[in-house]
Ligand binder design. Structure first.
Ligand code: ADP
Ligand code: ZN
Ligand code: ZN
Length: 785
């Protein structure tokens, strides 16, 4: 019996020891008993000398041999992420492996893997060394068909007399040492029950299901009904320079590809991927994207450009089993192109040769619960680990990446201007001076005129604001009562469609009261504006227009958002209203007007990244206007080209603000310089490194006592504290109470990442020993407060 160290699927900080009859390779997937459950585990290696008492040691329940072992680089990634983000190894493992594997055993996995191979062609099997040994011992020469099957798989005869004397098998046995993998069709001809036998042998680890040969006819996991695209366009000079720079890089390098929406970044990714795949028939590339459902065109463009390639797509919207299939395609190397959201940053990619992070500034790359990793940062880490290139693309890079590029740590590649079409002019509509807005309207005069012009030309307008529902709060004008959530420090949002009040944080729902609960006034009024209210106002202002709304409410029905976007693309909508969901990714050909209704809130948040996010969002939204370059032919029957110049209107009370000035000038570098200046003076990232201790509890006194203790424990860690670490007093989280749970955090800041890491290790372990009753977690490089 060999003792193994195994990371198990449970929020445990350390790996556990288990026995198994033979020595299992590192990275091998197993199922092990834990308490009364049977959970997934990954073998980290042999256990040197176990601390557990001999009698308490348990055995591995089964080996998931249908899934090849995870490689050492992947294990190192897992260990790094657990250490850096101060999370239990088991938790990271659970986040990194497909959930389906956690719920299914070895036999189910083998079945699924083989079924996956049957969906594709060719399906082939090969004997493993373990299978060679086992079958040679167990097979009796009397079972002629079985013996033939094993021989065709590569089983070597022990002694000539042991083999059946049928002449036909002799031919097979006398082949070279390693025969080509046995196709399932051929196996069926040798043995009627070949499929079931092979599945069983795969479970036993005697046979490997061989991944599809790249040159074989593979059916895409991404069901591609898309027409094949014409040849790739000739790159413009700046695009070519970017492609050349990345291709010329030897070893690790991070590139920041900076270019506005429509400047041709995606085209650069496509041609880079083509280059890398052409260089090496095994190479894999990973392309990360913020939200796949909002960027279906990205998947589509890759599917079109690489029709012969198997594409794997990893995101949380897939069904469990489906996600396993895609994960396995990446893990087995069958899929050479892997597209995915942040969770794909942890995918197993044994032949990874290039990473791309599109919209690298996007907040969704940071996981906000459990293991709070940053997918972008892990992508950079993986590139360094492998000594390969990673390309971060954005029109509005994160200030961290921008500064790294300025300091020469990242290499800046710039795409000036748009590949086709032109950038919209940005107009600021001064809310305080607009007659319509001053009368309480939602749409100012300039915007009204602009929409009317689009309607007259048969063009589309896109209006967005960051509040769904009808109004953010209901107010009593007589006594000042506000519709607050009884469980959270937040207002209940008024939803007109079902006349309900809803909390967007805890889900609490209530009917709109007939009268003010405090003073009995019957004059309750909606305050502020949400998407529903804007939609209603537009219907009154433009009765002839076809208006649609897309936000989290309308998107709740499966496929509803997709249907809405499709209508928009088909030209069946004149005005689209929505939240920021509608500002991302989509390439609307007939949109010539984009409007932001009161985005000012982002200027004055206490969140240090508020302005950065607002700027990025507005630039992104601006990118939705004027995508069409050449005159449009025949979209939904219209043969006319858009005749209005692309335009963006921002309704704001602060038209003098530096952020809006930079927006008007399309000047990201200017905006970044302003912001970096402020961050430097305040000593904030990227000029320092941060971590949060987040804690929550139903009772504020218990919470405060814990955080006071945490501060004491921090003070006791003297070494690193001396080298410039600041531990701030506890403060309430920006949403201080959610569903009756109080939330506070302690900020730690320092000028040196390694010093902060060292401190966090000590602090975390001290906090663990404190055995507090509160829920707490450390958030490294936090992006939300
Ligand atoms: P981004 O990713 O920066 O938004 P895209 O790569 O999507 O930009 O390019 C915007 C549009 O311009 C797309 O329709 C794309 O097909 C087209 N395009 C990109 N590069 C070229 C080029 N070199 N020649 C012609 N069209 C191009
Ligand atoms: Zn009242
Ligand atoms: Zn609530």
């Amino acid at each position: 019996m060999t003792l193994h160290r195994i990371a198990v699927d449970a929020p445990l900080w350390d790996a556990l020891d288990y026995l198994h009859a033979r020595t299992l390779p590192r990275g091998c997937l197993v199922r092990v008993p834990l308490g009364r459950q049977n959970v997934l585990g990954v073998v980290l290696g042999p256990a040197e000398n176990s601390t557990a008492p001999e009698a308490s040691l348990r055995a591995v329940s089964e080996v998931v041999s249908a899934v090849p072992a995870l490689d050492a680089l992947w294990l190192d990634l897992l260990l790094f992420a657990a250490t850096y983000y101060q999370r239990p190894l088991g938790e990271l493992m659970a986040a990194a492996l497909p959930t389906w594997l956690r719920h299914h055993g070895a036999a189910a996995a083998a079945k699924r893997v083989i079924a996956g191979h049957q969906r594709r062609e060719p399906q082939a099997f090969r004997l493993t060394p373990a299978g060679d040994a086992a079958l040679a011992q167990q097979l009796s020469p009397r079972h002629v068909a079985l013996w033939r099957l094993a021989a065709a798989l590569g089983l070597k005869p022990l002694q000539a007399s042991g083999a059946p004397n049928a002449a036909s098998t002799q031919a097979i046995i006398q082949q070279d040492a390693a025969p080509p993998p046995l196709q399932l069709d051929a196996a069926r001809r040798l043995h009627p029950k070949a499929a079931a036998l092979l599945r069983d042998w795969v479970v036993q680890g005697w046979v490997d299901a061989v991944p599809d040969a790249p040159q074989g006819r593979v059916r895409n996991l991404v069901h591609s009904a898309w027409p094949q695209s014409p040849a790739p366009p000739a790159l413009q000079a700046a695009q070519q320079a970017a492609v050349d720079a990345v291709c010329a890089a030897r070893g690790y390098a991070t590139f920041l590809l900076f270019g506005v929406t429509g400047s041709g970044k995606t085209e650069v990714y496509l041609q880079l991927v083509a280059h890398v795949l052409a260089q090496n028939p095994q190479a894999q590339v990973l392309v990360l994207t913020p939200e796949i459902n909002l960027t279906p065109q990205l998947v589509q463009r890759f599917a079109e450009r690489f029709p012969g390639e198997q594409l794997a797509v990893l995101h949380s919207g897939l069904a469990e089993a489906e996600r396993f299939d895609h994960w396995f395609a990446a893990h087995s190397g069958a899929a050479r192109i892997v597209l995915g959201t942040r969770l794909a940053a942890l995918a197993s990619l044994p032949q990874l040769a290039l990473l791309v992070v599109d919209e690298e500034h996007d907040a969704s790359y940071k996981q906000q619960e459990g293991a709070r990793y940053s997918a972008r940062d892990l992508a950079v880490w993986r590139a360094r680990q492998r000594g390969i290139a990673v390309v971060l693309g954005s029109a509005t890079p994160s200030l961290e990446s921008w500064r790294a590029a300025q300091r020469g740590r990242y290499r800046l590649l710039e795409l000036p201007g748009r590949a086709s079409g032109s950038l919209p002019a940005v107009r600021l509509l001064h809310a305080g001076q607009d007659p319509l807005l001053r009368q309480g309207g939602l749409i100012g005069q300039v915007l009204f005129d602009a929409i009317e012009q689009r309607l007259a030309h048969g063009e589309q307008s896109l209006l967005f604001l960051n509040r769904r529902g009808y109004a953010p709060v209901i107010r009593c004008p007589d006594c000042g009562w506000l519709s607050d959530c009884p469980h959270c420090d937040a207002h209940l949002v008024y939803h007109r469609t079902d006349r309900s009040l809803r909390c967007h944080h805890c889900g609490h729902r209530a009917a709109v009261p007939r009268a003010c609960p405090d003073c009995g006034s019957l004059d309750l009024q909606p305050l502020g504006r949400g998407t529903q209210r804007v939609e209603e106002a537009l219907a009154v202002l433009f009765p002839q227009a076809r208006i649609a709304r897309i936000d989290a409410d309308t998107a709740r029905r499966k496929g509803a958002a997709q249907a809405g976007f499709a209508q928009m693309h088909a030209g069946e909508v004149d005005i689209l209203v929505g939240t920021q969901m509608i500002t991302k990714g989509h390439d609307f050909q007939r949109v010539t007007l984009v409007a932001a209704l009161n985005p000012d809130a982002g200027l004055f948040t206490h969140d240090l990244r508020g302005p950065e996010r607002l700027f990025a969002q507005l630039m992104q939204a601006a990118g939705r206007a004027g995508r069409a370059g050449a005159p449009l032919a025949d979209i939904a029957g219209h043969a006319v080209a858009p005749s209005s110049a692309p335009e963006m209107v921002v309704q704001t009370a602060y038209p003098e603000h530096g952020l809006y000035r930079a927006l008007v000038a399309h000047d990201y570098p200017g905006f970044a310089a302003q912001e970096l200046q402020e961050r430097m003076h305040a000593g904030m990232p990227p000029f320092s490194y941060q971590a949060l201790l987040r804690a929550e509890h139903k009772r504020p006194d218990v919470l405060e006592a814990f955080l006071a203790q945490a501060i004491e424990l921090a003070a006791a860690i003297s070494g690193p504290l001396a080298c410039g670490l600041m531990v701030y007093p506890p403060v309430p989280a920006s949403l201080a109470r959610v569903a009756n749970v109080h939330r506070q955090h302690v900020l730690v800041e320092g000028g040196d990442r390694a010093g902060l890491q060292e401190f966090l290790q000590h602090w975390r372990s001290a906090l663990q020993h404190a055995k507090a009753r509160v829920r707490w977690a450390i958030d490294v490089d936090p992006t939300e407060f």
